[in-house]
Design a protein around this ligand. Sequence first.
Ligand SMILES: C[S@@+](CC[C@H](N)C(=O)[O-])C[C@H]1O[C@@H](n2cnc3c(N)ncnc32)[C@H](O)[C@@H]1O
Length: 315
Amino acid sequence: MSCRNNLRQAADGLVCAVCGRKYPVLNGIVRFVDTQHYAGSFGFQWKVYAQTQLDGEHSRRSENAFRRRTGFCPEDLAGTLVLDVGCGMGRFAEVATRWGAHVVGIDLSRATEVAARNLANRKATIFQADVFNLPFAPQSFDYIYSIGVLHHTPNCERAFKMLPPLLKPGGRIAIWLYSAYNRWYRFSDLYRKVTRRLPPQVLHKLCYGAVPLYGVHQLLRKIPLVGRPASAALAYVIPMALDRDRNWRVLDTFDWYSPWYQSKHTYEEVFRWFESCGLEQLHVIEQPIAVQGRRPVSVTKISDPDKSEVERCVG
Ligand SMILES: C[S@@+](CC[C@H](N)C(=O)[O-])C[C@H]1O[C@@H](n2cnc3c(N)ncnc32)[C@H](O)[C@@H]1O
């Protein structure tokens, strides 16, 4: 969105009514970016694990995670317009649409193609777009959430501050980020300097190491007294997902070692970001680091009317 003017429908996509720039539709998705940039590993990940984390008859894991990371419930979202920032393959959008919302999902990667397939029969619209340059008018959405996404951008704070201006007055936003409080990830931060440079296919194969290593953890934990500390020490030196489900374990281990950017955050800093965007009713949600806030119903007097709201937020 270079000039931020209205778009109109053309035969093969959307066109800016003023500058004439075209945003093509490819495989049914409007593309507001030309490439996946640094998010190629996510495009790979969500193609391989297109449905692993999608709720179904026998699992409500994503729904539970959605509640624990946003604090939203079905009564909140029913009949509302919701923005899912970094929707991945669409597992949380699936929950929100099941609860009666119309979800607009955006993602920088080609995971959007998977999300569009997973949500084909739902009230959902998916765009490939960058959080730093979103194609939406201010005050468009009733709710916004972003789960496990903003810490994968080059500037988490700035990425967050793109979002509150898109809320309608009284609208709510919730984000979930990696926590900086417990530094168990020291070693993986070191390894990631190498692993993020590997071709995704190669790294994915390496992540299958999480399958036997899980067995080692299980065995260690059975040894009285020393077993649990030994397992904890192993997890400290080789951090990996310890999910009971084998596919989730390999997926989450890949998700941990592949991203180009992966920052960690504290409640103190996230509260500061929310406050500097004028959000109110801030509160912590169950699973750290998760914070929800509300855009005031009546907007307070603007100190610098020449700046856009994003510019005022970013400072
Ligand atoms: C760990 S995945 C989380 C996906 C989904 N929210 C979930 O929890 O299943 C992070 C997602 O953020 C997306 N992402 C990273 N940087 C982005 C950006 N600048 N704009 C939009 N999406 C971005 C990636 O493509 C990826 O799909």
